[in-house]
Structure formats: C-alpha cells, structure tokens
Design a protein around this ligand. Structure first.
Ligand SMILES: Nc1ncnc2c1ncn2[C@@H]1O[C@H](COP(=O)(O)OP(=O)(O)OP(=O)(O)O)[C@@H](O)[C@H]1O
Ligand SMILES: [Mg+2]
Length: 295
C-alpha cells in the first residue's frame, strides 16, 4: 500500500468527471451532504497547509482571502511563513516591521497590535518577516509552544468571519501552531507530477495534531491549482484527487495563469490586479464554494 493509500481519510468517490476533470455531471447528487462540506458557521479559522514548497499555498490564501473580503466577509490573513510572501503579496513592506507574527509567537504580543489593513476593504493581514525563521528553534523550549497561535487568535476571532493561516512549507512547530489553531485545514494540490507525494505525511500530521492538540480539526477542503488544460496530466491528477477525497475537493479548479504569478509583485491579489482574468474568476468561484458549501 502506498503512503498515500495508507491515509484512510478518503471519502466515497464522486461521480466520474469528464476527461478534463472540470465538468459536473448534471445527474450527480448535490454537493451538500452530511459527509460533504456543507455550510459552516462563521467565524471559520482555516490553515492552508502542504509541506511541499511552491504548490500554491500563499497564492490561494491571498486570493481566496481577497475574494471572501469582496463578498463582504471580514477576513484576516495570518502570515505564518518567514518568507513573508502573503504579506508582500498584499502590499505590506515587511522589512523593518516593528511588530510582526514573530512577536506574537515569541513575545506574547497581542495579535490585534500587528494586524494591518490592506488596500482591499474587509481584508487584513498579520504580517511575517524573516525573524520568524528563528521561531522554529526559539519555540522549542517555550511554554505551551504548540498553542501560542491558538491563544492569539482566540482573542481576536470574533472580529472576523474568516481567519486564513498561510503555513510555511514544513511540518515544524510553526505549521503545528497553524494546525492547532485552526478549525479546518485546506490543502492546495498542484495538478502536476508527484502532486500526491508527501500528502500521506501531511495527513498523518493533521491526525497527530487532532489526537493530541485539537480534537475537532477537520481536513475539510482540497483545491486543485495550477491546472493546465493543455495537458492530459492535469485532468488525471484532478480525477485521482477526486477519487481519493470525494466531496472535500472543491469543484472549482484554479488554472495555471501568468497573471496569478504576476499579481504579488504589484502587492495586489488577482481580484484587484486583473479582476476579469481567469484566475480571478476561478478564485472567486472557489471562495463562494468554500463559503456556501456549494457553487
Ligand atoms: N495558478 C497559478 N498559475 C501560475 N503560477 C502560479 C499559480 N499559483 C501559484 N503560482 C506561482 O507559483 C509559485 C509558488 O506559489 P506559492 O508561493 O503560492 O506557493 P507556496 O506553496 O505558498 O510556496 P512556499 O511553499 O514556498 O510557501 C509562485 O511564484 C506563484 O506566483
Ligand atoms: Mg507560501
């Protein structure tokens, strides 16, 4: 049995999709079912995690966050990655920040003191800077080291509808804090070779956190990203992911698009950088689906 198969969280397979992996079968049952994603009560705290690097965690956090904010939902993005890409991608100059997530994680700084507004109404960010890299080590001897983010979020969560946590590409203490603080985990999966590699390890970690720190944690949502309609492989990956994870997989699929990769260097989410682009439309659909439980 492969590492991936060993992860026994797969729910019943969905009805078959067309070869491009996109189409919905009109005779398919409603995506809302007791086991499905359904409508969930706000506020929701969602960790975006995948220990693989460069799979679209930050792009998804920023753009789903912006799309939710556009829908009128107050959304806080927590940048838990020392690379600080979610912060800079939202136009926050994170070099020389006086207070950042480092201070929240290591020096008990209240989260509300580091939150910055963005150019998007209803969208806020708690920025990270490079010093957060030291947190993985500095946290090791710290008191209640796995629950620091949870305590910080608990104090502000009632101010928001959504809190999205952009986790770093590792399964270290920062990601454990993200998983311990969240109600749900959302996993972006790249529609490429080896997309599922390492997923078993992520799922085992989610399970460990669930058993030891956060019993109600739910790996609720999977989003297929970087879909390339020109390749057969993309469709195959989407089908395989749907087979394993059923209704946890959003029907919306995010296309590979240069505009999505350009937006961060302008400090903007795709929804304002190029509001009518394919990427913006796809992330809006994904956000709607996440919020309503259906498209
Ligand atoms: N749908 C897409 N189309 C084209 N490029 C994309 C898409 N999604 C993400 N990218 C680009 O791929 C790269 C990796 O994406 P991103 O930074 O979101 O991944 P990540 O999982 O957060 O990475 P890390 O593990 O380093 O934190 C970035 O350069 C980003 O602009
Ligand atoms: Mg990232």
């Amino acid at each position: 049995m492969s590492e991936f198969d060993a992860a026994s969280i797969a729910s019943p397979a969905q009805p078959p999709t067309t070869p491009d992996g996109f189409a919905e079968d009109p005779s398919a049952p409603s995506p809302i079912s007791p086991e499905g994603r359904g409508h969930r009560a706000l506020p929701r705290v969602i960790a975006l995690a995948n220990q693989k690097g460069g799979v679209g965690k930050t792009t998804t956090t920023v753009n789903i966050g912006a799309a939710l904010a556009e829908m009128g939902l107050r959304t806080l993005i927590i940048d838990l990655d020392p690379q600080g890409n979610a912060s800079t991608g939202l136009g926050i100059e994170n070099r020389g920040l006086e207070k950042s997530m480092y201070h929240v994680m290591l020096h008990d700084e209240p989260l509300e003191n580091v939150v910055e507004p963005t150019d998007v109404r209803n969208l806020f960010v708690a920025p990270a800077s490079l010093d957060l890299a030291g947190a993985e080590i500095e946290l090791v001897p710290a008191f209640s080291r796995e629950q620091r983010l949870k305590r910080a979020i608990d104090a502000v969560v009632s101010d928001y509808d959504y809190v999205l946590i952009d986790c770093p590409p590792s399964l270290g203490l920062l990601t454990v804090n993200g998983l311990a603080a969240a109600h749900e985990v959302m996993v972006p999966i790249q529609c490429e070779y080896y997309a599922l590699e390492g997923l078993g390890q992520l799922l085992r970690n989610v399970d460990l956190v669930k058993r030891n720190l956060n019993p109600t944690l739910d790996m609720s949502t999977i989003l297929c990203v970087m879909y390339d309609a020109r390749t057969k492989l993309s469709g195959q990956v989407v089908s395989e992911v749907r087979e394993h994870f059923g209704e946890k997989v959003l029907r919306s699929v995010i296309p590979r698009s240069v505009r999505l990769s350009e937006a961060p260097s302008f400090g903007q989410p795709i929804t304002t950088f190029d509001p009518r682009s394919r990427g913006a439309i796809a992330y809006r659909d994904a956000a709607k689906e996440l919020n309503n439980g259906t498209l």
